[in-house]
Design a binder for this molecule. Structure first.
Ligand code: AMP
Ligand code: ZN
Length: 158
C-alpha cells in the first residue's frame, strides 16, 4: 500500500518514504533482513530469538521496536514459545527505556487498518517526555547517526 492509501489511525505516522510501505511488493521483509544482519539497524538488544532496535523514524527519542527473529505478520502467527520470548524482551526493553524517562507507551499495530506498515510483528516502545500528542499524524524526521549512537550507548548495555 502506498503512502497515499495508508490509514491515518493507530500509530501510523505521517508521510514516510514509499520504500517503507513495501507490504504489497516482493521485496524481502525488512525486519527479517535486520534480524539476519543483512540490513543495518541501531540494535540495542539481541538474543537467540528476539531483537530490539531503534525506529528509523522515531516519534520520540529512544523509540524502539521489539521483534521476534522468526517471521510472522501478527503476534497470533507466532508459536507460543516465540510469543513468550518476545514479551520477555519487551519487558527488558521497557526497563531500559526507563533509563531515558519513566513514562512510555507500548503499542502493537495488527493489520493495515490498525496502522501496520511493516508486516513482521513488532512492539513499539515509545518513551514519553510530556509531549501533548506524539502520535498526531505528521512527518517524522529520519533518525540522525549521532543521536542514534548516543541512544544506543544508553540502552544497549544489559
Ligand atoms: P508499524 O506502523 O507498526 O508497522 O510501524 C513500523 C515502524 O517501523 C515505523 O515506525 C517505521 O518508522 C519503522 N521502520 C521501518 N523501516 C525501518 C528500518 N529499516 N529500521 C528501523 N525502523 C524501521
Ligand atoms: Zn519478516
Amino acid at each position: 500500500m502506498g503512502a497515499s492509501g495508508r490509514k491515518r489511525n493507530g500509530f501510523s505516522p505521517g508521510p514516510l518514504p514509499p520504500s517503507m510501505g513495501a507490504a504489497a511488493t516482493d521485496a524481502p521483509c525488512i525486519f527479517c533482513e535486520i534480524a539476519a544482519r543483512r540490513s543495518p539497524a541501531y540494535v540495542v538488544y539481541e538474543d537467540a530469538t528476539t531483537m530490539a532496535f531503534l525506529d528509523l523514524f522515531p516519534f520520540t527519542r529512544g523509540h524502539l521496536l521489539v521483534i521476534p527473529k522468526r517471521h510472522g505478520a501478527r503476534l497470533t502467527d507466532l508459536p507460543f514459545d516465540d510469543q513468550t520470548a518476545l514479551v520477555r524482551t519487551l519487558d527488558e526493553m521497557c526497563r531500559r527505556s526507563e533509563r531515558l524517562t519513566a513514562d512510555y507507551n507500548v503499542a502493537l499495530n495488527a493489520g493495515a487498518a490498525a496502522g501496520q506498515i511493516v508486516f513482521h510483528v513488532h512492539f513499539h516502545v515509545i518513551p514519553r517526555y510530556g509531549e501533548a500528542n506524539p502520535f498526531h499524524p505528521r512527518t517524522r524526521a529520519r533518525l540522525e547517526e549521532e543521536e542514534a549512537r548516543a541512544v544506543v550507548r544508553e540502552l544497549a548495555a544489559g
